[in-house]
Design a protein around this ligand. Structure first.
Ligand code: GCW
Length: 643
């Protein structure tokens, strides 16, 4: 399958005054990352400036100097770029910093910003900037919307030119770690930690290493039984401990660029420590002890809840589960364990409050998990630019012991990597935001649009506008005010208000003829009390609860007046008419770009936007009709609501 270069799709620039810098490059060292950096500068010089770069032996004649500087305040991954005496110096305390600095320089070329007088310093905002791929060994991707896996096919590990293209794209956006297999580890994927796939994984990890990316694997907690023939996977059993030690010594010995493992345990049917009466700290620590001598880390997911709930049970609240399971363990995890916490307490809905664990945990390393695979936000058939959401939730200040951000990836082997061309903005944007949390969602959108489509004011303006209106639009025409779900079970695409209402997954809206929403105040499930003050009180009280989360925290009558003066039911009708209207406008905006971008891309996106427009209409009608039938309150504005 062929592939495109996404935002690294370089375009030739005529008469660029910055050509002079690129004719001669000097690298003071020859480490792996510096070699990659020089190669990248050469590619950019050739493809953007139409010149051949010469590698020179000293800094005197060089136009670009890659300078390793042990004392650089930018650290190992940060960089400093400055122009001095007609020469650009990129310096860093580490080779990876030089690589990121080189990509930053190239980006400026793409953006047609002058390099003269450049002086920037950048230190990554997050130590780990990870992609989590939910790729299966048969080539399918769980919640994948961009074709099949480019890591696996027919139970084999793939290593080819696309592996390199992936690493290059990821690194250019700032990603430094990648988990290549699904957290639901089954079948042959369990064997990824053995030498059965050793050679391919070593090769892959070496390609990743050139781009500063650590390879991670998801592992199966029951591996000691499935691979080791033990009769238990009890983390406190000595045989189990010994088994893990040996398994880790083996794999880290074979794959030096392995960063560690990601673990989904006791979650949605996956094995875990609960089977043996142990807790998550017991489970994670046994693995961590085995990985520690090799510098490995264990990333342990907190997505643990009862997925066998009874809808009749109003006391159990799935939203509470993460906190209940992990908060008591705060401080009990080994140094090389990092807890990975989904941004919200439920599951990647279009709107959720922040998980109370993020702010709750005081003595535990954490990584914030978000999803760029648009499982619940349009599955890459709708545009939904999620960076504004991530911006809201990642504002670092609330997190202690922050180890970074992970995103469930939206990639696959489609030619354009992300199915929807505009979904690549989420991939790029996640990397950029995790590297530099100061960037605004708009700045990122603009960078992405120019790098992808070239510098054309009309295109940039239109694309940025479309991206920025897309998340609010999606929220408007889908589920209102933080209630979430209302989708078709299993595949999660399209409206189905009661799809999960009587199911076992703990995802209810509790609508009746008078109102809708889940009471999570102390009169209800008590979830709001998991937050630290002042948030607990803010959420607890319907009058202070942020309105976009109203139905997440409260059961509210349809006749309740919102701050806008509108009743709740009127708000539901209005937002659904508006959201569908926005979706129609997205299509019109895109149409205005006909002739300004390649026909192939234009047509690809146009098709998806037509679907989005129609599908948004379906959402509008199903939601409006559902609530009209429940409440029997007509639309004040007399618009058509099907009966
Ligand atoms: O969002 C849910 C998905 C599952 C996924 C799970 C998880 C990988 O529907 O497909 O499993 O979350 O995050 O583990």
């Amino acid at each position: 399958m062929s592939y495109e270069n996404a935002w690294l799709n370089y375009r030739m620039r005529q008469d660029c005054r910055d050509k002079k810098y690129f004719s001669k490059v000097y690298a003071g060292d020859n480490c792996l990352y510096t070699q990659t950096a020089v190669r990248e500068l050469e590619i950019a010089a050739r493809e953007i400036l139409d010149i051949k770069t010469e590698r020179v032996g000293n800094c005197e004649t060089a136009g670009i100097w890659l300078k390793l500087d042990q004392n650089s305040e930018a650290g190992e991954e940060g960089y400093h770029i400055r122009e001095k005496d007609g020469r650009i110096i990129i310096s860093s305390a580490g080779g990876r910093g030089l690589l990121y600095g080189s990509f930053a320089l190239i980006r400026r070329l793409q953006l047609e910003q002058t390099l003269e007088g450049i002086c920037i310093e950048q230190v990554p905002s997050n130590p780990y900037r990870m992609l989590n791929h939910w790729d299966n060994m048969d080539g399918s991707i769980e919640r994948g919307y961009s074709g099949n896996s480019f890591f696996f096919q027919d139970e084999m590990v793939l290593v080819n030119e696309r592996t390199r293209a992936y690493a290059r794209l990821a690194a250019s956006a700032g990603i430094n770690a990648s988990v290549i297999n699904n957290v639901n580890v089954r079948g042959n994927a369990t064997k990824l930690i053995t030498d059965v796939y050793g050679e391919e994984l070593r090769q892959m990890s070496e390609i990743f290493a050139q781009y500063g990316i650590r390879l991670f694997l998801s592992l199966n907690f029951a591996a000691p039984m499935e691979l080791g023939n033990l009769d238990t996977a009890d983390p406190l059993d000595d045989r189990v401990k010994a088994w893990w030690k040996e398994a880790m010594a083996d794999i880290f010995g074979r794959i030096p660029n392995l960063g560690g493992f990601l673990v989904k345990a006791d979650s949605e049917g996956r094995p875990g420590p609960f089977t043996y009466g142990r807790d998550h700290a017991d489970g994670a620590n046994t693995l961590a002890e085995a990985a520690a001598p090799h510098g490995g880390v264990i990333i342990w997911r907190c997505f643990v809840y009862n997925c066998q709930q009874d809808w009749r049970d109003r006391k159990t609240d799935r939203a509470k589960a993460g906190y209940e399971n992990f908060m008591p363990l705060d401080g009990k995890f080994k140094e090389n364990v990092i807890l990975q916490i989904k941004n919200g307490p439920m599951d990647f809905q279009v709107r959720e409050p922040l998980s109370p664990l993020l702010d709750g945990l005081q003595d535990t390393n954490q990584i914030l998990e978000v999803q760029i695979a648009q499982e619940y936000t349009g599955q890459q058939r709708h545009i939904c630019y999620l960076i504004p959401m991530f911006k809201e939730i990642s504002d670092g200040s609330f997190r202690k012991n922050n180890w970074g951000m992970a995103a469930i990836s939206n990639t696959g082997n489609d030619e354009n990597w992300t199915g929807h061309d505009l979904a690549a903005a989420n991939l790029y944007g996640f990397g950029r935001l995790s590297f530099d949390s100061e960037l605004t969602a708009e700045e990122i959108a603009e960078e992405w649009a120019v790098c992808t489509f070239g510098k054309n004011e009309k295109v940039t303006k239109t694309v940025v506008k479309m991206l920025l209106m897309s998340w609010p639009a999606y929220e408007k025409y889908t589920s209102p005010l933080g209630i979430g779900w209302m989708v078709n079970p299993n595949h999660h695409y399209g409206p189905n208000v009661d799809g999960y209402e009587y199911d076992r997954w703990g995802t209810y809206h509790r609508a009746d003829h008078l109102g809708i929403g889940v009471d999570r105040s102390s009169r209800g499930t008590g979830y709001a009390r998991q937050y630290r003050e002042p948030l607990a009180s803010i959420y607890e009280n319907i009058l202070t609860c942020p309105e976009e989360l109203l139905l997440f925290f409260h059961h509210v009558p349809y006749t309740y007046r919102l701050r806008s003066g509108k009743t709740l039911i009127q708000h539901i009708y209005d937002t659904h008419f508006e959201g569908a209207q926005d979706a129609a406008e997205l299509a019109v905006l895109w149409d205005s770009l006909e002739g300004c971008i390649s026909e192939k891309v234009f047509e690809r996106v146009k098709k998806r936007l037509e679907h989005q427009k129609e599908h948004a209409g379906e959402w509008r009608d199903q939601i409006n009709t559902y609530f009209f039938r429940k409440s029997m309150i007509p639309d004040e504005k007399g618009r058509h609501i099907y009966e």
